[in-house]
Write a protein that binds this ligand. Structure first.
Ligand SMILES: Cc1cc2nc3c(=O)[nH]c(=O)nc-3n(C[C@H](O)[C@H](O)[C@H](O)COP(=O)(O)OP(=O)(O)OC[C@H]3O[C@@H](n4cnc5c(N)ncnc54)[C@H](O)[C@@H]3O)c2cc1C
Length: 500
């Protein structure tokens, strides 16, 4: 009897907005909404917040759940903008050297942040021919993209007001640059006569797969140039792991009228026409709200909310177009931490990874001066990841073969010796599905495809009422900067629609 009453009481709980998930997309919208003084509720199925940008403690080490590289803490970049809006500063170390790359031919390439230093390095490794012209062009495009993206908060436009806002905020140069959405990065390499340079093509492909989730044939120049210049913008490291970006946002939300329920999975969303309210049914309770924001992938959202526009169904990408990740976390002993002049490395493989057929792995280390990632002073943590294409169909029966392959490479490249390894574990698409609830365990967002132009990407509105979506399957939603920007755009469209 008591339980029933409690249930009925809970049924009547009403919120202004209910937000699904605690990924960086959802948290960005949530923080901006909280600043408006709304009474909100966030529902997260996991026991830990942050989704693909989180950290967890295991066997004496703090491992990253997914993301390891961080750009965009400046006020004119998406994450910096949100943090500034809510008055939070993240304690982050700016990295001297953003990344190093072990190429297939044995050469080690340093991705300097400074453009001139980087061009000289690219010329040293790939030859002088047209490198300068290529990188100057890419950098110009990437600066344009970042300057424009925060100004164009109604993109992609759907309503008349969106179009008006886009035009109002447009400059002449935007029309000039828009043309590059029609050309692939492959075309750009051809234009600079670099397509015959095999080493350079392999380099571009492997860099694009980690920043744009696809290869040069598919990624358009606007996204491609921006993705390739990722390391030419300040890169940061956060002590204790990226959970320390998430936690301050959660603290802000809790202090500002937002309830956060962990281990509560949203099962169904129903729009109640008469009441003009959304009914949200979870594994524990039922709630009502005036608006909703889904911070989970479009594939998952459409499974729990049937009242969306039909057009959205057509925008869903299937497993063959998506990727999960094979990931390893390694805790190891290291007596000379300072030997690592850089914390992020991409290693191009002599032979592709068994089963997954990927041609590179990405390794991120804990910072030598960060004492909070391990129990002991002389220990370090490594996070390794690589793509797992078509996660629904490609299954790996024996993960230990992959683990051994990766460990052998890292030992051969001198990251540690076998005797130094204290603990390791790995995860594949099944673990991702469990951790994030994402269909097929796909991660990294919707990849860039040449037949999907920026204005054809998934936009924030889910229906004609007050349901919205953000995260890495919506525009421009890739990596932390794109995901946060999608959260900002969802908020701006809510505000313009009168949904707040
Ligand atoms: C291995 C890996 C490495 C990466 N490396 C980088 C990197 O170095 N730099 C970078 O910028 N980006 C990186 N990324 C990408 C980046 O981490 C993600 O794109 C971004 O964090 C996604 O955020 P999101 O808000 O879209 O979704 P998610 O992080 O997936 O968050 C969604 C949340 O919703 C919850 N949820 C799901 N379903 C439900 C439900 N029904 N009810 C309630 N809650 C639900 C999930 O548990 C999850 O917490 C990486 C990703 C991976 C996987």
């Amino acid at each position: 009897m008591f339980k029933k009453q409690k249930h009925l009481f809970r049924m009547s709980q009403k919120f202004d907005t209910i937000i699904i998930g605690t990924g960086l997309g959802a948290l960005s919208t949530a923080c901006l909404l909280a600043k408006q003084g709304q009474k909100n509720l966030i529902l997260e199925q996991n026991y830990l917040a942050g989704g693909c940008t989180s950290s967890y403690w295991r066997k004496g080490f703090v491992f990253e759940s997914g993301a390891t590289t961080l750009v965009g803490l400046e006020k004119n970049m998406p994450l910096g903008y949100v943090l500034n809006e809510i008055g939070i500063t993240i304690n982050a170390r700016k990295l001297e050297t953003p990344m190093k790359i072990h190429l297939k031919n044995g050469e080690i390439l340093t991705r300097h942040q400074n453009l001139e230093e980087w061009i000289l390095e690219a010329e040293r490794v790939f030859g002088k021919k047209n490198q300068r012209e290529f990188w100057n062009f890419c950098y110009r495009v990437s600066c344009f993209v970042w300057q424009t993206s925060l100004k164009q908060r109604f993109f992609p436009p759907k309503k008349i007001n969106d179009f008006l806002q886009c035009v109002k905020n447009a400059t002449f140069s935007q029309f000039n640059y828009a043309i590059y959405a029609f050309y692939s990065t492959e075309w750009l390499l051809k234009k600079y006569d670099l397509l015959e340079n095999e080493l350079f093509v392999a380099f571009v492909n492997e860099q694009l797969i980690i920043t744009a989730q696809n290869y040069l044939k598919e990624v358009n120049i606007l996204f491609g140039a921006t993705a390739l210049c990722y390391t030419n913008f300040p890169n940061y490291y956060v002590d204790g792991g990226l959970i320390n970006v998430i936690n301050p946002m959660l603290n802000y939300l809790e202090k500002n009228n937002t309830e956060i329920h962990l281990r509560e999975e949203v099962k169904t969303i129903v729009y109640q026409k008469e009441k003009k309210l959304y009914q949200i049914i979870t594994n524990k309770n039922e709630y009502e709200s005036k608006s909703i924001v889904s911070g989970i992938p479009l594939n998952n959202t459409l499974k729990i909310y049937a009242n969306t526009s039909k057009k959205l169904q057509k925008k869903i990408l299937n497993s063959t177009q998506l990727s999960s990740a094979f990931q390893m976390g390694i805790g190891f002993e290291c007596l000379d931490k300072q030997k690592f002049s850089c914390i992020h490395y991409q290693i191009h493989l002599e032979n592709p990874l068994p089963f997954l057929n990927t041609k590179s792995i990405f390794i991120s280390l804990s910072h030598a001066d960060d004492d909070t990632r391990t129990d002991q002073k002389n220990q370090m943590v490594a996070s390794i990841s690589t793509h797992w294409h078509n996660p629904e169909k490609i299954l790996v029966e024996d993960k230990s073969i992959l683990e051994k392959f990766v460990l052998d490479i890292l030992i051969k490249k001198g990251f540690f010796e076998e005797k130094d390894i204290i603990y390791y574990h790995s995860s594949g698409q099944k673990s991702w599905e469990k951790w994030t609830g994402r269909m097929y365990g796909f991660v990294g967002g919707y990849p860039q495809y040449k037949n999907i132009k920026p204005w054809q990407m998934v936009e924030s509105r889910l229906d004609n009422h007050k349901a919205y979506i953000c995260g890495d399957t919506t525009y421009p939603g890739q990596g932390i900067p794109g995901t946060v920007l999608s959260g900002i755009i969802a908020f701006e469209k809510m505000r313009a629609d009168g949904s707040i």
